[in-house]
Structures are given as structure tokens and as C-alpha cells.
Ligand binder design. Structure first.
Ligand SMILES: Nc1ncnc2c1ncn2[C@@H]1O[C@H](COP(=O)(O)OP(=O)(O)OP(=O)(O)O)[C@@H](O)[C@H]1O
Length: 357
């Protein structure tokens, strides 16, 4: 179990990080400069927090109250940096052995050769980092870290230096390696929501040095708690709405000339809220369709991607972005007409408080 409650000021920036993880992979998601890497650096001991505490599996690594500050190399925390930070003048085998250089040499050789074969680095033992592919460098960096059997593994944007076409292969590989070789807690820093969803069990969203939401990945994606959390998790549509009616089945909402339904929500609802709707949850239907919660709209802009199309629509004076797969019937419709019906699934409308940004 990892328990963190720390504060750290650096220039104008203030980090106030507090969270608890029992097990599994925690994704730390947030835009550039929100304090993700600083959180990892405080955990690893590279930075000293100004105040607070860090407890890992019952051991206090940092506490300003108790005047405890365990040195970085005694924390048993593995840290894989964005660029892997391999020693360029050492071979694969020497980089991996570096992590356990104080071990008795027979034991060290045995552990290194086991790690080389587990990480599928056989045949590359004597290569220098410059002679390795991105994926091989990543596996070497992981091997160097995991060989020390850390209690906590910190991964800072492990795929940022990798081409997108091999990224998905490496993601799968990384998760298999971690699941098969490591049973401690993993913290994965990323600003890519899809990567975060694929790899993590829980997600913490950060903004301006603070945690703004923490939960399982399903909770975070289905129920963002604020406009910022929704935006960071990829939501594109935010409508200022007035709640016209609230009954046991639905809420009736108004934004400009659009009056639409959302499914009932558990939380208290104010009169004025923000409705967050993800672009891929909206649907397009033929103009003559007559179904509940579907409204006339016209296409203002089309951005064509490889497998999907993003459309900007005007629907009753509300501007909405919708993403349709090129293999969907909705895409066919966009090829034939500019005037369509926009269906808003009530269960996919998330309401957040207006002042809760
Ligand atoms: N050594 C430092 N001195 C002063 N300010 C710093 C220092 N290191 C980081 N900062 C500031 O602290 C803030 C958080 O930085 P951090 O590296 O944690 O961001 P991040 O969320 O990891 O961003 P990115 O996704 O771009 O890596 C930034 O505003 C940064 O400018």
C-alpha cells in the first residue's frame, strides 16, 4: 500500500498531492506542467517535499513531522524515465547488472542472465544503447529496474519516445512483463487518456499541482467530476444548460434553442449546470427519423481521419462535435446530406456543476 500526502513549492508552482493505492497500476493523467513528474520525483527521493508524508508498505519514506527522509537508493523504488536514461557507455548486460553491482558476482551473473532471457534480450547482451531499437532500450531499462525487485515502479511516459506503429505492441509487452515479473504497485505518468485506460486499473487526474479526481478507470471515464476532468479525459462537448424539469425518469435541459433529455443523476442538481457529452456518444440519423431526443442539425465542418470522421454540427444554435466511424451507417449519411438528425443518448449526458471547473 502506498499512502502519499505531500506539498512542494518550486518557483511559482505548488504541488499538493495526496492519494492512496492498495495495488495494481495507477495512471496519473494531466496536461503538460500539472505536476505529474514532480510527484514521481518526490516519491523516488529526487526532490524533497516541503511537508507531508510518504508511506510504502508500512514503511515511512518521508515525514516532515517525524523528520524522516530515506535516501533515494534506500527506498527500493524503480524509476523508468521518459528517455530510459540508459548508460550510453555500458552494454545491455552492464546496464542491467549496474542495478545490482554490489551483489556477489555468481549471484549477480545468474540474476542478469535470467533477466536477459525473460526480457527477450538474448543476442543483444553486448550491444550499446545506441545499437538498440526503442523497444529494446525500453526492455533494458525495465530489466535494470526490475532486477532490484522494487516495491514500487514509477514509469514516466514510457512510450513518449516511440513511434506510434510499434507503441501498441510495446504497451502489450510492458503490461505482460509487469504482470509476470512484478507484483508491487505501478504508477504510470501519461497525458494520453487512451494509453491510460488500456494500461491502468485506477486513474488520478491532476490539474495545476492538485488531484482533481481519483477512481477506477470506468468511474473516471463515465463520470468525470468537473469540466477539467472531462476535458482531460477527452470530452469535446460542453453545453451551458438550464434544468427545466426534473422527474423520476429524466432531466429536461435547455441550451440555446436545444431542449433535450438526460438520464437522471444521483447527485444534487443545480438550476444551471454544464452538460458534458463525448463526441463518439452522439449519433446521426436520417432527417426523417422520428425518435426521442433527436434534433435537426446541419454539418458545418468535416475533418477526415483514416478510420473515422469528426464533424462540427449546428444543432438548434448549439455547436457540437461528433465522431463517426467510417464503417458506420452515420458516416454513409454524411456522404449524402448536410441536413441530418442528431441523437443525444440521455444516458451519455454527464452533468457537472458550473463553478466546479
Ligand atoms: N526544477 C524546477 N524549478 C522550478 N520549476 C519547476 C522545476 N521542475 C518543474 N517545475 C515546474 O513545475 C511544474 C510541474 O512540472 P512537472 O515536470 O511535474 O510537469 P508534468 O505534469 O510532468 O508535465 P509534462 O507532461 O510536460 O512532463 C511545471 O510548471 C514546471 O515548470
Amino acid at each position: 500500500m502506498l499512502e502519499v500526502s505531500i506539498e512542494k513549492s518550486m518557483g511559482k508552482f505548488k504541488l499538493q498531492s495526496s492519494f492512496k493505492v492498495q495495488k495494481g497500476v495507477l495512471g496519473i493523467l494531466g496536461s503538460s506542467g500539472c505536476g505529474k513528474s514532480m510527484t514521481l520525483k518526490c516519491l523516488s527521493g529526487l526532490y524533497n517535499p516541503d511537508s507531508g508524508y510518504i508511506n510504502l508498505n508500512g514503511n515511512t519514506l518521508f515525514s516532515d513531522n517525524q523528520k524522516i527522509n530515506v535516501q533515494p537508493h534506500k527506498r527500493n523504488i524503480g524509476y523508468v524515465f521518459q528517455n530510459y536514461a540508459l548508460f550510453p557507455h555500458l552494454t545491455v548486460i552492464q546496464n542491467i547488472a549496474y542495478g545490482i553491482k554490489d551483489y556477489e558476482h555468481n549471484l549477480r551473473d545468474k540474476m542478469v542472465s535470467e533477466m536477459i532471457s525473460r526480457m527477450e534480450l538474448l543476442g543483444l547482451e553486448n550491444n550499446y544503447p545506441s545499437q538498440l531499437s526503442g523497444g529494446q532500450q525500453q526492455r533494458t531499462a525495465l530489466a535494470r529496474t526490475l532486477i532490484k525487485r522494487p516495491n514500487l515502479l514509477l514509469l514516466d511516459e514510457p512510450f513518449s519516445a516511440i513511434d506510434s506503429h510499434i507503441k501498441s505492441l510495446l504497451e502489450k509487452e510492458l503490461i505482460t512483463i509487469i504482470k509476470n515479473n512484478f507484483n508491487g504497485i505501478v504508477l504510470l505518468v501519461t497525458h494520453n487518456v487512451e494509453e491510460c485506460y488500456r494500461l491502468c486499473d485506477q486513474i488520478m487526474i491532476m490539474d495545476s499541482g492538485q488531484k482533481i479526481q481519483f477512481g477506477t478507470k470506468e468511474e473516471i471515464i463515465q463520470s468525470p467530476s468537473s469540466v477539467t476532468a472531462a476535458r482531460i479525459t477527452g470530452c469535446k462537448n460542453f453545453l451551458d444548460v438550464t434544468v427545466l424539469e426534473e422527474n423520476s425518469e429524466f432531466l429536461l435541459l435547455k441550451s440555446n434553442d436545444l431542449i433535450f433529455k438526460s438520464a437522471i443523476v444521483k447527485q444534487h442538481c443545480s438550476k444551471n449546470m454544464i452538460a458534458c457529452i463525448r463526441a463518439h456518444h452522439l449519433n446521426l440519423l436520417p432527417i426523417e427519423t422520428n425518435v426521442d431526443n433527436a434534433f435537426d442539425c446541419n454539418i458545418l465542418e468535416i475533418t477526415d481521419s483514416l478510420f473515422s470522421t469528426t464533424l462540427v454540427l449546428n444543432c438548434k444554435s448549439c455547436i457540437l462535435e461528433i465522431e463517426v466511424s467510417k464503417s458506420s451507417p452515420a458516416y454513409e449519411l454524411t456522404q449524402r446530406s448536410n441536413n441530418l438528425k442528431l441523437h443525444i443518448p440521455p444516458e451519455h449526458v454527464v452533468l457537472v456543476e458550473k463553478n466546479n471547473n
